[in-house]
Ligand binder design. Structure first.
Ligand code: ASP
Length: 334
Protein backbone atom coordinates (compact mmCIF):
# COMPACT_ATOMS: atom_id res chain seq x y z
CA UNK A 1 0.00 0.00 0.00
CA UNK A 2 1.46 3.34 -1.04
CA UNK A 3 0.17 6.38 0.75
CA UNK A 4 0.49 9.62 -1.20
CA UNK A 5 -1.90 11.82 0.80
CA UNK A 6 -5.44 13.07 0.21
CA UNK A 7 -8.48 13.38 2.46
CA UNK A 8 -8.24 9.73 3.48
CA UNK A 9 -5.23 10.53 5.66
CA UNK A 10 -6.19 14.00 6.81
CA UNK A 11 -7.50 15.36 10.06
CA UNK A 12 -8.80 18.71 11.12
CA UNK A 13 -6.26 21.32 12.12
CA UNK A 14 -8.18 23.03 14.90
CA UNK A 15 -6.06 26.18 14.61
CA UNK A 16 -7.12 26.87 11.01
CA UNK A 17 -10.23 24.72 10.63
CA UNK A 18 -8.76 23.17 7.43
CA UNK A 19 -8.02 19.53 6.72
CA UNK A 20 -4.34 18.58 6.74
CA UNK A 21 -2.42 15.32 6.36
CA UNK A 22 -1.34 13.22 9.36
CA UNK A 23 1.38 10.57 9.58
CA UNK A 24 -0.18 7.51 8.02
CA UNK A 25 2.09 5.07 9.81
CA UNK A 26 -0.57 5.00 12.53
CA UNK A 27 -3.20 3.72 10.07
CA UNK A 28 -3.46 0.29 11.70
CA UNK A 29 -4.73 1.96 14.87
CA UNK A 30 -7.52 3.64 12.87
CA UNK A 31 -8.46 0.46 10.99
CA UNK A 32 -7.90 -2.50 13.33
CA UNK A 33 -9.82 -4.63 10.77
CA UNK A 34 -6.65 -4.66 8.67
CA UNK A 35 -5.22 -7.31 11.00
CA UNK A 36 -7.96 -9.72 9.94
CA UNK A 37 -7.16 -9.53 6.23
CA UNK A 38 -5.87 -12.69 4.63
CA UNK A 39 -3.08 -10.79 2.93
CA UNK A 40 -0.06 -9.10 4.42
CA UNK A 41 0.21 -5.40 3.85
CA UNK A 42 3.33 -3.25 3.91
CA UNK A 43 3.11 0.49 3.84
CA UNK A 44 5.24 2.91 1.86
CA UNK A 45 4.61 6.64 2.20
CA UNK A 46 5.50 9.69 0.22
CA UNK A 47 7.93 11.77 2.33
CA UNK A 48 5.34 14.55 2.50
CA UNK A 49 1.65 13.56 2.19
CA UNK A 50 0.13 15.63 -0.57
CA UNK A 51 -3.17 17.16 -1.37
CA UNK A 52 -3.61 15.63 -4.81
CA UNK A 53 -3.80 19.06 -6.43
CA UNK A 54 -0.01 19.05 -5.86
CA UNK A 55 0.47 15.67 -7.53
CA UNK A 56 1.97 15.72 -11.02
CA UNK A 57 4.30 13.91 -13.43
CA UNK A 58 7.23 13.67 -10.98
CA UNK A 59 5.00 11.89 -8.48
CA UNK A 60 3.65 9.60 -11.20
CA UNK A 61 7.26 8.65 -11.97
CA UNK A 62 7.88 8.09 -8.27
CA UNK A 63 4.86 5.77 -8.06
CA UNK A 64 5.89 3.84 -11.18
CA UNK A 65 9.38 3.38 -9.70
CA UNK A 66 8.01 2.15 -6.35
CA UNK A 67 5.83 -0.37 -8.17
CA UNK A 68 8.70 -1.54 -10.39
CA UNK A 69 11.09 -1.87 -7.44
CA UNK A 70 8.57 -3.98 -5.52
CA UNK A 71 6.89 -5.72 -8.44
CA UNK A 72 8.32 -9.21 -7.87
CA UNK A 73 7.79 -9.19 -4.14
CA UNK A 74 4.11 -8.22 -3.96
CA UNK A 75 0.91 -9.67 -5.41
CA UNK A 76 -0.72 -6.29 -5.85
CA UNK A 77 -0.55 -2.59 -5.10
CA UNK A 78 -2.99 -0.16 -3.53
CA UNK A 79 -2.32 3.54 -3.94
CA UNK A 80 -4.03 5.84 -1.46
CA UNK A 81 -4.51 9.15 -3.19
CA UNK A 82 -6.53 12.36 -2.99
CA UNK A 83 -9.67 12.19 -5.08
CA UNK A 84 -9.17 15.50 -6.92
CA UNK A 85 -6.55 14.21 -9.34
CA UNK A 86 -6.87 10.48 -8.79
CA UNK A 87 -8.20 9.92 -12.31
CA UNK A 88 -5.19 11.76 -13.80
CA UNK A 89 -2.75 9.63 -11.81
CA UNK A 90 -4.63 6.44 -12.70
CA UNK A 91 -4.61 7.38 -16.39
CA UNK A 92 -0.92 8.28 -16.40
CA UNK A 93 0.11 5.09 -14.58
CA UNK A 94 -1.89 2.97 -16.99
CA UNK A 95 0.36 4.19 -19.81
CA UNK A 96 3.58 4.16 -17.77
CA UNK A 97 3.19 0.54 -16.60
CA UNK A 98 3.63 -1.79 -19.52
CA UNK A 99 2.87 -5.50 -19.54
CA UNK A 100 1.24 -5.27 -16.10
CA UNK A 101 0.09 -8.66 -14.73
CA UNK A 102 -0.78 -7.50 -11.22
CA UNK A 103 -3.47 -5.23 -9.83
CA UNK A 104 -2.70 -1.57 -9.17
CA UNK A 105 -5.73 -0.13 -7.37
CA UNK A 106 -6.11 3.55 -6.56
CA UNK A 107 -8.47 4.60 -3.84
CA UNK A 108 -9.10 7.37 -1.35
CA UNK A 109 -12.10 8.83 0.39
CA UNK A 110 -14.41 11.81 0.65
CA UNK A 111 -14.22 11.92 4.45
CA UNK A 112 -11.07 11.45 6.55
CA UNK A 113 -10.41 8.02 7.97
CA UNK A 114 -10.94 9.19 11.55
CA UNK A 115 -14.39 10.63 10.81
CA UNK A 116 -17.30 8.68 12.24
CA UNK A 117 -19.14 8.59 8.91
CA UNK A 118 -16.03 7.94 6.84
CA UNK A 119 -16.11 6.12 3.52
CA UNK A 120 -12.36 5.44 3.88
CA UNK A 121 -12.57 2.08 5.60
CA UNK A 122 -14.71 0.42 2.97
CA UNK A 123 -12.69 1.88 0.11
CA UNK A 124 -9.37 0.91 1.62
CA UNK A 125 -10.33 -2.59 2.75
CA UNK A 126 -12.09 -3.55 -0.46
CA UNK A 127 -9.27 -1.95 -2.46
CA UNK A 128 -6.93 -4.35 -0.64
CA UNK A 129 -9.25 -7.26 -1.39
CA UNK A 130 -9.22 -6.49 -5.11
CA UNK A 131 -5.45 -6.02 -5.03
CA UNK A 132 -4.99 -9.49 -3.52
CA UNK A 133 -7.66 -11.26 -5.56
CA UNK A 134 -5.98 -14.23 -7.24
CA UNK A 135 -7.29 -17.35 -8.93
CA UNK A 136 -5.07 -20.29 -9.96
CA UNK A 137 -2.01 -18.23 -9.12
CA UNK A 138 -3.08 -15.48 -11.48
CA UNK A 139 -4.19 -11.99 -10.56
CA UNK A 140 -7.81 -11.44 -11.56
CA UNK A 141 -7.21 -7.70 -12.12
CA UNK A 142 -4.12 -7.03 -14.24
CA UNK A 143 -4.46 -3.33 -14.85
CA UNK A 144 -4.56 0.08 -13.19
CA UNK A 145 -8.03 0.39 -11.65
CA UNK A 146 -9.79 2.79 -9.32
CA UNK A 147 -11.97 1.52 -6.50
CA UNK A 148 -14.51 3.85 -4.91
CA UNK A 149 -17.87 3.39 -3.21
CA UNK A 150 -18.48 -0.25 -4.19
CA UNK A 151 -17.33 0.17 -7.81
CA UNK A 152 -14.16 -0.92 -9.52
CA UNK A 153 -13.44 1.21 -12.60
CA UNK A 154 -10.76 1.14 -15.25
CA UNK A 155 -8.32 3.85 -14.18
CA UNK A 156 -7.95 5.47 -17.58
CA UNK A 157 -11.73 5.54 -18.09
CA UNK A 158 -12.55 7.15 -14.77
CA UNK A 159 -13.30 10.73 -13.82
CA UNK A 160 -14.20 12.52 -10.60
CA UNK A 161 -17.82 13.54 -10.93
CA UNK A 162 -18.79 14.65 -7.43
CA UNK A 163 -17.13 16.69 -4.71
CA UNK A 164 -20.07 15.95 -2.42
CA UNK A 165 -21.27 12.35 -2.70
CA UNK A 166 -19.46 9.21 -1.63
CA UNK A 167 -20.22 7.91 -5.10
CA UNK A 168 -17.62 10.30 -6.52
CA UNK A 169 -16.26 8.56 -9.63
CA UNK A 170 -17.76 7.63 -12.96
CA UNK A 171 -16.64 5.67 -15.98
CA UNK A 172 -19.13 7.04 -18.48
CA UNK A 173 -17.82 5.30 -21.59
CA UNK A 174 -16.81 1.91 -20.23
CA UNK A 175 -18.54 -0.68 -18.02
CA UNK A 176 -17.50 -1.10 -14.40
CA UNK A 177 -14.83 -3.76 -13.97
CA UNK A 178 -16.40 -4.94 -10.77
CA UNK A 179 -18.85 -4.26 -8.02
CA UNK A 180 -18.53 -5.10 -4.37
CA UNK A 181 -21.65 -6.20 -2.56
CA UNK A 182 -22.08 -9.34 -0.54
CA UNK A 183 -19.60 -10.80 -3.01
CA UNK A 184 -16.65 -9.25 -4.73
CA UNK A 185 -17.87 -9.31 -8.32
CA UNK A 186 -15.75 -8.89 -11.41
CA UNK A 187 -17.01 -8.54 -14.96
CA UNK A 188 -14.37 -10.73 -16.59
CA UNK A 189 -15.06 -10.01 -20.28
CA UNK A 190 -14.35 -6.29 -19.79
CA UNK A 191 -11.00 -6.70 -18.00
CA UNK A 192 -7.83 -5.59 -19.75
CA UNK A 193 -5.08 -8.06 -20.52
CA UNK A 194 -1.69 -6.92 -21.76
CA UNK A 195 -0.48 -8.66 -24.93
CA UNK A 196 1.18 -12.02 -24.15
CA UNK A 197 4.56 -10.99 -25.55
CA UNK A 198 4.75 -7.80 -23.45
CA UNK A 199 6.88 -8.16 -20.35
CA UNK A 200 6.50 -5.84 -17.36
CA UNK A 201 8.37 -2.57 -17.51
CA UNK A 202 7.95 1.10 -16.78
CA UNK A 203 8.14 4.02 -19.18
CA UNK A 204 8.92 7.24 -17.34
CA UNK A 205 8.73 9.48 -20.38
CA UNK A 206 6.20 12.28 -19.83
CA UNK A 207 6.23 15.38 -21.98
CA UNK A 208 4.92 18.75 -20.82
CA UNK A 209 4.52 20.10 -24.36
CA UNK A 210 0.76 19.72 -24.27
CA UNK A 211 -2.02 22.19 -23.57
CA UNK A 212 -5.73 21.78 -22.97
CA UNK A 213 -8.28 24.34 -24.08
CA UNK A 214 -12.04 24.29 -23.67
CA UNK A 215 -14.04 26.30 -26.18
CA UNK A 216 -17.04 28.44 -25.17
CA UNK A 217 -19.60 30.61 -26.93
CA UNK A 218 -18.09 34.00 -27.76
CA UNK A 219 -14.50 32.77 -27.44
CA UNK A 220 -11.78 34.78 -29.19
CA UNK A 221 -9.66 32.09 -30.80
CA UNK A 222 -7.10 34.53 -32.18
CA UNK A 223 -5.19 34.52 -28.85
CA UNK A 224 -4.26 31.01 -29.81
CA UNK A 225 -1.81 31.81 -32.59
CA UNK A 226 0.51 33.95 -30.48
CA UNK A 227 0.23 31.40 -27.70
CA UNK A 228 1.08 28.47 -29.96
CA UNK A 229 3.91 30.48 -31.56
CA UNK A 230 5.72 31.29 -28.34
CA UNK A 231 4.96 28.32 -26.12
CA UNK A 232 6.63 25.45 -27.94
CA UNK A 233 3.63 23.18 -27.40
CA UNK A 234 3.49 20.10 -29.63
CA UNK A 235 -0.11 19.07 -29.01
CA UNK A 236 -3.17 21.17 -28.33
CA UNK A 237 -6.12 19.25 -26.90
CA UNK A 238 -9.25 21.10 -27.89
CA UNK A 239 -12.34 20.33 -25.84
CA UNK A 240 -15.22 21.11 -28.15
CA UNK A 241 -18.98 20.63 -28.09
CA UNK A 242 -20.97 17.39 -28.34
CA UNK A 243 -19.72 14.99 -31.00
CA UNK A 244 -17.07 17.44 -32.20
CA UNK A 245 -18.58 20.74 -33.25
CA UNK A 246 -17.05 24.21 -33.20
CA UNK A 247 -17.78 27.68 -34.66
CA UNK A 248 -18.22 27.60 -38.45
CA UNK A 249 -16.80 31.05 -39.32
CA UNK A 250 -13.79 31.39 -41.63
CA UNK A 251 -11.63 32.94 -38.90
CA UNK A 252 -11.88 29.80 -36.77
CA UNK A 253 -10.64 27.65 -39.61
CA UNK A 254 -7.83 30.09 -40.50
CA UNK A 255 -6.66 30.34 -36.92
CA UNK A 256 -6.67 26.58 -36.32
CA UNK A 257 -4.96 26.09 -39.69
CA UNK A 258 -2.17 28.51 -38.67
CA UNK A 259 -1.73 26.62 -35.42
CA UNK A 260 -1.38 23.40 -37.44
CA UNK A 261 1.16 25.10 -39.71
CA UNK A 262 3.30 25.77 -36.64
CA UNK A 263 3.61 21.99 -36.39
CA UNK A 264 1.12 21.65 -33.55
CA UNK A 265 -1.11 18.55 -33.57
CA UNK A 266 -4.71 19.20 -32.53
CA UNK A 267 -6.49 16.45 -30.58
CA UNK A 268 -10.25 16.92 -30.34
CA UNK A 269 -12.20 15.66 -27.32
CA UNK A 270 -15.71 16.41 -26.13
CA UNK A 271 -17.07 18.57 -23.33
CA UNK A 272 -19.69 15.88 -22.81
CA UNK A 273 -18.74 13.18 -20.35
CA UNK A 274 -20.28 10.37 -22.37
CA UNK A 275 -20.44 9.65 -26.07
CA UNK A 276 -17.69 10.17 -28.61
CA UNK A 277 -16.21 12.51 -31.18
CA UNK A 278 -17.35 11.84 -34.72
CA UNK A 279 -15.89 14.19 -37.34
CA UNK A 280 -18.34 14.91 -40.13
CA UNK A 281 -21.50 14.03 -38.23
CA UNK A 282 -22.44 17.74 -38.31
CA UNK A 283 -21.09 20.17 -40.86
CA UNK A 284 -19.69 22.17 -37.91
CA UNK A 285 -17.21 19.36 -37.34
CA UNK A 286 -15.98 19.00 -40.95
CA UNK A 287 -13.39 21.66 -40.20
CA UNK A 288 -11.45 19.07 -38.20
CA UNK A 289 -11.11 16.81 -41.24
CA UNK A 290 -9.96 19.77 -43.31
CA UNK A 291 -7.25 20.85 -40.86
CA UNK A 292 -6.10 17.28 -40.16
CA UNK A 293 -7.06 17.19 -36.48
CA UNK A 294 -6.92 13.94 -34.50
CA UNK A 295 -10.08 12.47 -33.02
CA UNK A 296 -9.88 11.79 -29.29
CA UNK A 297 -12.96 9.56 -29.72
CA UNK A 298 -14.37 8.68 -26.29
CA UNK A 299 -11.30 9.50 -24.20
CA UNK A 300 -11.79 11.22 -20.88
CA UNK A 301 -10.00 14.55 -20.49
CA UNK A 302 -7.65 12.94 -17.97
CA UNK A 303 -6.80 10.09 -20.28
CA UNK A 304 -6.33 12.31 -23.33
CA UNK A 305 -3.84 14.45 -21.39
CA UNK A 306 -1.96 11.47 -19.97
CA UNK A 307 -1.83 9.77 -23.36
CA UNK A 308 -0.40 12.90 -25.00
CA UNK A 309 2.19 13.35 -22.24
CA UNK A 310 3.16 9.70 -22.65
CA UNK A 311 3.42 9.81 -26.45
CA UNK A 312 4.86 13.22 -27.37
CA UNK A 313 8.50 12.66 -28.34
CA UNK A 314 8.57 9.19 -26.74
CA UNK A 315 11.43 7.21 -28.33
CA UNK A 316 9.67 3.93 -27.47
CA UNK A 317 7.06 4.66 -30.14
CA UNK A 318 8.75 4.57 -33.53
CA UNK A 319 5.71 5.77 -35.51
CA UNK A 320 4.38 9.31 -35.68
CA UNK A 321 2.38 10.83 -32.81
CA UNK A 322 -0.77 10.48 -34.94
CA UNK A 323 -0.23 6.78 -35.55
CA UNK A 324 0.53 6.01 -31.93
CA UNK A 325 -2.36 8.12 -30.63
CA UNK A 326 -4.84 6.27 -32.86
CA UNK A 327 -3.98 2.99 -31.15
CA UNK A 328 -5.90 1.74 -28.16
CA UNK A 329 -2.87 1.30 -25.90
CA UNK A 330 -4.34 0.22 -22.53
CA UNK A 331 -8.07 -0.04 -23.07
CA UNK A 332 -8.46 3.73 -22.74
CA UNK A 333 -10.34 4.28 -26.01
CA UNK A 334 -13.07 2.37 -27.84
N1 ASP B 1 -8.29 17.82 -1.86
C1 ASP B 1 -8.27 16.39 -1.59
C2 ASP B 1 -7.24 15.75 -2.49
O1 ASP B 1 -7.50 15.50 -3.62
C3 ASP B 1 -9.62 15.83 -1.84
C4 ASP B 1 -9.75 14.36 -1.53
O2 ASP B 1 -8.84 13.63 -1.24
O3 ASP B 1 -10.89 13.87 -1.57
O4 ASP B 1 -6.13 15.54 -2.06
Amino acid sequence: MIYTGGTIGMEKDYATGSLKAFDFAGIAAKIPEMDSLECQVSLEQFPEPLDSSDVGPDHWRQLARIIADNYDEYSGFVILHGTDTMAYTASALSFMLKGLRKPVILTGSQLPIGDLRTDAKENLLTGLYYASYYENDEAVIQEVALYFEYKLLRGNRSMKASAEYFDAFKSPNYPHLGQSGVHLDVDRPVLYRAPQEESFGIDLHLSDEVFLLRIFPGMKLNYLVSFAWGSGIKVLILQVYGTGTIFSDADTENILQSVRKLGVEIVVISQCTSGEISFGKYSNSNIFNRIGAISGKDLTVESALAKCMHLIGNPNYPGSFRESFAQNLRGEMS
